[in-house]
Design a protein around this ligand. Structure first.
Ligand code: ZN
Length: 410
């Protein structure tokens, strides 16, 4: 079967997720036995007749029958192989979290696209403004991690000149991305299939809080970006605002039946059935009381990974010093929950979610060769923390988020 031109265009931009060596991938025919194994793991109807081989470490990867490269990490490959197993809601493992994300987004990618979740004009201009503030560059390869149906690739189609690649764990999302004319690759956000210093922009909208180890994506993005490249994250829950009061928690306990009953518009996307609700509870720690990112920890993780943190934008306030983009109104849910918790929903430190914009600097004075963070870096982290949250005490930076949600600085 002839491979699509698109894959031959895409291949030079990819690398093996295992060894991450540049320009070592080639395409060849897959054996029948292997093709059958892969078809079952991917739950595909047609066999992946071709495979990608890493000429450096010899790992082999399937190519879907319609030409989507499956550059999974070992743990993601194993997850696909065991997708039929139950996803544990109690203390989920890395594989549980990955499996839940595959299930949810395979299930809802069409609805997610149709309902336009996170595809609105305000979201677009905030991301594009954040990029333009961070750099003057208008060329480079753009990779959108957790691309879903490709909204963020569309946002940047006229902003950045260069290849546009969507990466996700859901094949149905990736097919939607390809229908829109973008490249698509199945991959693990915690082990990117891109070579060192090869990208101009990495975006991860509503992604960090879907990962078992968000700090891995931060480090992987830094590695894959070229000098001056930009890393944007968006829609990650603010841990501080997630500390709900008693009344808000009572309301939360009733939400599932209420959402299912209403089953209207966007709500239906994540609450269409009890099964999707259950998967979604494991897939992300968004919209759950007590879970989210402490702003200081997010900053520390970015800076410690070697990024220059350009800005953190909270999603709820008009303060021009922290929010140059259009005003994102707090959602009714956020207004209600914060009010019930006795907090001002418009205060910066009570923002619902956070957007971060970082640049990979020419050299990184913050990280020593042995990986330790320098004293000046720690000072910078404190300054950044004070800039975005002047109302908070320095000691707040060390407050631990609930178990499993902490961004561990490298
Ligand atoms: Zn390799």
């Amino acid at each position: 079967m002839p491979m699509s031109t698109s894959l031959h265009d895409l291949l030079p931009h990819l690398s093996c997720p295992e060894c991450q060596e540049p320009h070592r991938l080639s395409i060849e025919s897959a054996s029948d036995a292997r093709a059958d194994e892969w078809r079952i793991a991917l739950r595909e109807e047609s066999r992946p007749d071709h495979q990608i081989v890493c000429n450096s470490c010899r790992r082999m990867f399937p190519i879907s029958a319609d030409g989507i490269p499956i550059l999974w990490s070992r743990v993601l490959e194993q997850t696909f192989g065991e997708l039929d197993q139950d996803v544990s809601q109690v203390d989920p493992t890395e594989q549980d979290v990955k499996a839940a994300n595959i299930h949810v987004y395979d299930e809802i990618s069409d609805a997610y696209d149709t309902e336009g979740v996170h595809a609105d004009e305000v979201t677009r201009s905030r991301l594009v403004n954040a990029y333009r503030e961070a750099t003057n560059s208008r060329t480079g390869t753009h990779v959108d991690v957790g691309c879903g149906a490709g909204n963020v690739l569309e946002f940047f189609s006229a902003v950045l000149d260069g290849p546009k690649i969507g990466m996700d764990v859901s094949l149905s999302g990736l097919r939607a991305v390809r229908r829109k004319g973008y490249h698509a690759v199945l991959g693990d956000a915690e082990r990117l299939p891109f070579a060192e210093s090869s990208l101009g922009l990495v975006t991860a909208s509503s992604v960090l809080h879907h990962l078992y180890r968000p700090d891995r994506l931060i480090q992987q993005a830094h590695r894959a970006l070229s000098t001056g490249g930009v890393f944007l994250t968006d829609f990650d829950p603010n841990g501080r605002a997630a500390q709900w009061g008693w009344l808000a928690l009572q309301l939360y306990a009733l939400r599932r039946p209420v959402y299912q009953m209403l089953s209207l518009g966007r709500r239906r996307v994540f609450h269409g059935s009890e099964q999707v609700q259950t998967w979604n509870a494991v897939a992300e720690f968004h919209n759950k009381p007590g879970e989210g990112f402490d702003m200081g920890q997010l900053q520390a993780a970015l800076v410690t990974a070697g990024f220059e943190l350009h800005r953190i934008f909270p999603h709820n306030c008009r303060d021009a010093s922290v929010n140059r983009g259009p005003f994102v109104k707090p959602s009714p849910r956020h207004l209600l929950v914060q009010a019930l918790s006795g907090r001002n929903p418009f205060a910066r430190h009570n923002s619902d979610t956070l957007l971060t914009a970082s640049v990979k600097p020419a050299s990184s004075p913050v990280v020593h060769r042995d990986g330790r963070v320098s004293e000046s870096a720690k000072q910078r982290i404190r300054e950044l923390f004070a800039e975005s949250q002047p109302g908070l005490q320095e000691s707040d930076a060390s407050v631990e988020s609930p178990k499993g949600t902490t961004v561990r600085a490298a």
